[in-house]
Design a binder for this molecule. Structure first.
Ligand SMILES: *[C@@H]1O[C@H](CO)[C@@H](O)[C@H](O)[C@H]1NC(C)=O
Ligand SMILES: *[C@@H]1O[C@H](CO)[C@@H](O)[C@H](O)[C@H]1NC(C)=O
Length: 478
């Protein structure tokens, strides 16, 4: 019997068996895979890795579906020619899986009304004969259960996302994220004031203390200047957030030929008149598939309305929005995160300062909980995921290999961890994104360059990227 022949596809999440003997072996293997794991992975829609910021963390790290506590210690890569030990980590983490926000709950409601009308035969004319199967399938297997009070709150799975992440990181950094350091309040916790972030920072602390919510002593502070900097940067709010021109590519793509194709196919499958299905409702159906998966681990009937090509188009639409609104599309997007950037480097400076052996050790860890909108500008400012050609409404076909894929970068519970090591030649810094090593773009030859080299590489930002220059003026080009 081969118990070790189950692999994960790069995109789909079914365990796939690499054996030549066909379906029977596949079935046996699926069974064994399930038996060998305490919580067996449920069947996952093939489109699950294209949900942009609504992607599950497990889609990025599929081995977690088999063992949510598996830790790969080889991601820590200080040079093997030097003795090094980690002395501090700063972690910027996105909240876990959440309910839809009110805007999307209303769209779900609209979609659900449209379908009810269509199957009732009243109101909507021209429902095609014979194309009612999809519609019936959805109607018989799904009822809407979303209510507006759920508005973006963290779901139980989202708490688990953060507890498990905390436990994995404490295995990776046992001397830093230790129970003792938590108990002695040596770890600082900062959060955005949004409900989902506060619940996330609490869940993270539960994970570190291996305790249930009742016994844990929470110690976090709220700081929206740092974690929701995008609301406090006038240059950004005026230049991008409130500026329709700044997101022109998104609007163009939304009504362009690729999105029209997806809309047409979905309308045909449901037997709905084309004009009733707006691009927003198409997206609502796609996100419904994502919510049912991330909240309830369900393979919802909505998922069958889209094939992989459709999902890639919808993913691109989300990526365009994030690129132009939160990332390299406009320089101010990255600059708006300067307060966070400076805070992180001040913390690292303090932790890495040379000290005598009699001095107290540095603070072991700083944990900052925010949003996808917190992580994306910060990563952009560091220079990550910057492709040679910006994604636009017109170049979808040439963007398949792009590195800017929000499904990979900012799924639920996405995290950026800066690891400071004490090494023989001085302090070194390593970057982990979603628990994988990533090099600093200005220092592409080293996994963990000397901290002073990192500082030198980002000197212009550390010196000049002040809130004043980035945010007070209009759309400053640095
Ligand atoms: C562990 O991490 C290293 C470094 O990123 C990687 O090369 C290796 O493939 C990973 N191993 C597993 C089993 O994922
Ligand atoms: C709006 O965005 C466009 C395109 O990026 C830019 O040229 C223009 O200056 C912006 N308007 C404001 C008020 O900042």
């Amino acid at each position: 019997m081969k118990t070790n022949s189950c692999l994960y596809q790069r995109t789909g999440m079914f365990p796939v068996c690499v054996s030549g003997t066909g379906a029977l072996t596949a079935a046996v293997c699926l069974l064994l895979c399930r038996l060998s794991s305490s919580s067996p992975p449920a069947p996952v829609p093939l489109i699950a890795s294209y949900f942009g910021t609504k992607t599950r963390y497990e889609e990025v790290n599929p081995h977690l579906l088999l063992d949510p506590l598996s830790v790969n210690r080889s991601v820590l890569k200080p040079p093997d020619t030097e003795r090094c030990s980690p002395v501090h980590i700063t972690a910027v983490i996105r909240h876990g899986s959440r309910f839809p926000t009110v805007k999307n709950i209303r769209r779900i409601q609209q979609l659900s009304d449209l379908l009810r009308e269509a199957s009732g035969g009243s109101g909507v004319s021209g429902v095609a004969e014979g194309s009612g199967d999809w519609l019936q399938d959805i109607q018989s297997r799904w009822v809407t259960w979303y209510t507006e009070d759920m508005d973006g709150k963290l779901v139980e799975k989202g708490k688990e996302d953060l507890r498990l992440l905390a436990r994995r990181l404490s295995v990776l950094f046992p001397s830093l994220l230790s129970e003792e350091n938590v108990r002695k309040r040596k770890i600082s916790f900062l959060s955005s004031s949004k409900h989902r972030c506060v619940s996330s920072v609490e869940a993270f602390q539960e994970g570190l203390q291996h305790l249930g919510p009742r016994e844990v002593q929470y110690t976090h502070q709220l700081d929206d200047q740092l974690m929701r900097f995008f609301e406090h940067c006038r240059g950004y709010v005026d230049g991008v957030e409130k500026n329709r021109t700044a997101l022109a590519e998104v609007e163009k793509f939304k009504h362009g030929e690729e999105m029209e194709g997806v809309r047409k196919r979905m309308a045909e499958r449901l037997g709905l008149p084309h004009h009733r299905l707006t691009p927003d409702l198409v997206e609502a159906a796609f996100f419904l598939c994502s919510y049912e998966l991330s909240i309830k681990s369900l393979h919802s009937p909505w998922c069958f309305l889209f094939d992989q090509k459709d999902a890639q188009v919808l993913e691109y639409k989300s990526d365009l929005k994030q690129y132009w609104k939160r990332s390299h599309g406009h320089v101010i997007n990255g600059l708006s995160s300067c307060p966070l950037f400076h805070h992180v480097f001040r913390t690292l400076d303090k932790a890495g300062r040379p000290r005598r052996s009699s001095d107290a050790p540095p603070d072991p860890a700083s944990v900052l909980i925010g949003h996808a909108e917190t992580l994306l500008p910060f990563l952009s400012l560091l220079g990550l995921h910057k492709d040679e050609t910006p994604p636009t409404a017109a170049n979808y076909q040439s963007q398949h290999g792009r590195s800017f894929r929000t499904s990979r970068i900012v799924p639920y519970a996405a995290n950026v961890v800066l690891v400071l090591y004490d090494c023989e030649r001085g302090a070194r810094l390593q970057l982990l994104v979603n628990e994988s090593p990533v090099r600093f773009p200005p220092l592409p030859d080293e996994d963990a360059p000397l901290y002073r080299d990192v500082r030198a590489a980002y000197r212009p930002l550390l010196d000049g990227c002040s809130e004043h220059r980035g945010c007070e003026g209009r759309h400053t080009e640095l």
